[in-house]
Design a protein around this ligand. Sequence first.
Ligand SMILES: Cc1ncc(COP(=O)(O)O)c(C=O)c1O
Length: 409
Amino acid sequence: MGAVQGHQTMVVRGEGPYVITDEGERLYDASAALWYANIGHGDERVIEAVAKQMRELETFQIWGGFLNPRAAELADRLAADHAPFENAKVLFGAGGSDAAELAFKLARLHFQRQGKSGKRVILSRENAYHGLHAFGSAVYGNMEMRGLYGGESLIPETGLISRDDIVAVRAQVLEIGPENIAAITAEPIIGSGGVFPPAEGYLEGLRALCDEFDILLVFDEVISGFGRTGKWFASDYYGVEPDMTMFAKGITCGYVPLGGVFVAPKIWEPFWADDPGAVYHFGITYSGHASACAAALTVLDILEEDQLLARVERLGARLADGLQNRVLVTPGVKDARSVGLIGIVELEAGIDARELSLAMRKSHGVLARALGGGAIALAPPFISTEEEIDNLIDALAAVPARFTETATL
Ligand SMILES: Cc1ncc(COP(=O)(O)O)c(C=O)c1O
């Protein structure tokens, strides 16, 4: 990459929930960077753990008869204490896009090994985002983005389902034919596609459909996992158990890249039933990277010891209250909603979210991410204070009005 910066902001330091730019601005990171800086920036405990691990052994692959202690420890701890369902096995990759590849290939393999190799289609929701590797691009919930690569979808055996109408989803499943469908995937709360919590009964409806038609239910909790709703997983929050759960971001909070998939016994038991030595061929180099796993183990310690999930619940209630009572009534705001510490403010047509985000930065020292479609995404770090949440609400209650016609007259 050349040195041309254009309109980009160079972030040079991080301190807790703040980032510092090369121009010396100190900004509250209201979007936790890209939904990952949940424990904030620069936490010495993670830095120390990673440095210690690197001195001992930066990594060794968990493939071809090898293992490293941190990957084994993390998989065991996740399965025992922090899995979205009982008796989970854990697969590792290097991020969320890897998790999508891991999960969707495994869904197809699952049925292929049962002699149901017709079951290949992966269905995803309108507005969904599952990363940008081939499978993620192929199940993108935005047709324009999905069709960029010489076809309607990179992987033809994919399809879109309604985002919130479970009756429509049932009709779509019947039309495609359940005998052709391997999995339905869903972010329980759609994230970068616009922060849409599920409609009442939608996730339960997906679970029932999948049970009825022998389809795997794969939740993508890359954003919502590891505490963002105030529960460990959004599946706990909504009380619906999937067959696989993808995770990334919050597992290491951005200190080093890591992602993976929780796999339910329904999938791993038959996999090994006939052949205990069977191998799922996904031996990517950095799967189970020891230093990344060391970071993840320390993030789990921090989430537990600092009781951050309870804090998310408390701050989430404050955020919801502020959005409801102060932001929603602000001229220029079309809608505002949140669950735990994930939220969105949709702006009236004609207001440029990027401009508005810049104005919030100047007037309130808040860095909040503009989403396409005229909205500001909110994902405050879990370590935020009440005052920081209040300042964010102040910014969102004050700044949009300046962008309305009446305000500029
Ligand atoms: C829900 C969801 N799934 C998958 C991904 C892809 O993760 P990564 O960018 O780590 O590959 C993202 C990234 O934003 C995401 O939000």
